[in-house]
Design a protein around this ligand. Sequence first.
Ligand SMILES: [Zn+2]
Ligand SMILES: [Zn+2]
Length: 260
Amino acid sequence: MIDYHVHSNISYDGKSSPQEYIDIAHLKGIKEFTFTEHFDYLNGVSNINLDNYYSSFKNLTIPDDLSVNFGVEVGFNKHYKTTIESAISKYPFDFIIGSSHSIGGFEINDELFDSRCRSDVYLMYFNEIINNIKLFTNYDVYGHLDHIVRYGNFDDNIFDYINYINIIDEILKVIISNGKGLEVNSSGYRFNSNNPYPCVDILKRYKELGGEIITVGSDAHKYWELGRDLDIVYELLLKCGFDYINIFHNRNVSYVKIKK
Ligand SMILES: [Zn+2]
Ligand SMILES: [Zn+2]
């Protein structure tokens, strides 16, 4: 299996060392994975030292039968577009996930829902995505598209896709027309949604609209989460009509057939 969304303790919220992931990979049936450490700029401050990240990556001991790539998960924030883009251009990343972890410069958290109804927050989030993907182009796949569903402490964290069909269509069309891909993130299964992020309906719609580029990731923050629930995601992708997933090396995309 291949896991293209992994955070070590180089990310502010990661719990395991990079080497711990490498050491467990074989046991987890992983033959290739990509570190995608968080790079978010909030309130004028970056949450990572990219120099340290790059030098620690170069010093890893990686066995010959394992492929480990140097990636990053960029939190789009229009207020720091120039700073973010010039920082990421300095490093030879294999792969870049673009995500929205903030709305209007404020971090997404449960408190957003305190004074707003659920659908208003969802619409704010999807509008933030539209603005971000029209502004930022230096990324390969868009990350965990509907992960807003995990916030707000609702009992039913199932995404009611049908109510946001138009804005999701707009997002998917921008992603496709810009030649970018969609990430399928299995962490949804860990947050009780019984769906990956994005949900099955969005994956089917992406396919209908001509979307082809897909990466699959666990969003592991601890070494034992490496590869978690990816087998379910691969099955789901086959059912949605995707026969291939994608990998990236030096930002170049290749296709890998999903084993049936
Ligand atoms: Zn993320
Ligand atoms: Zn992540």
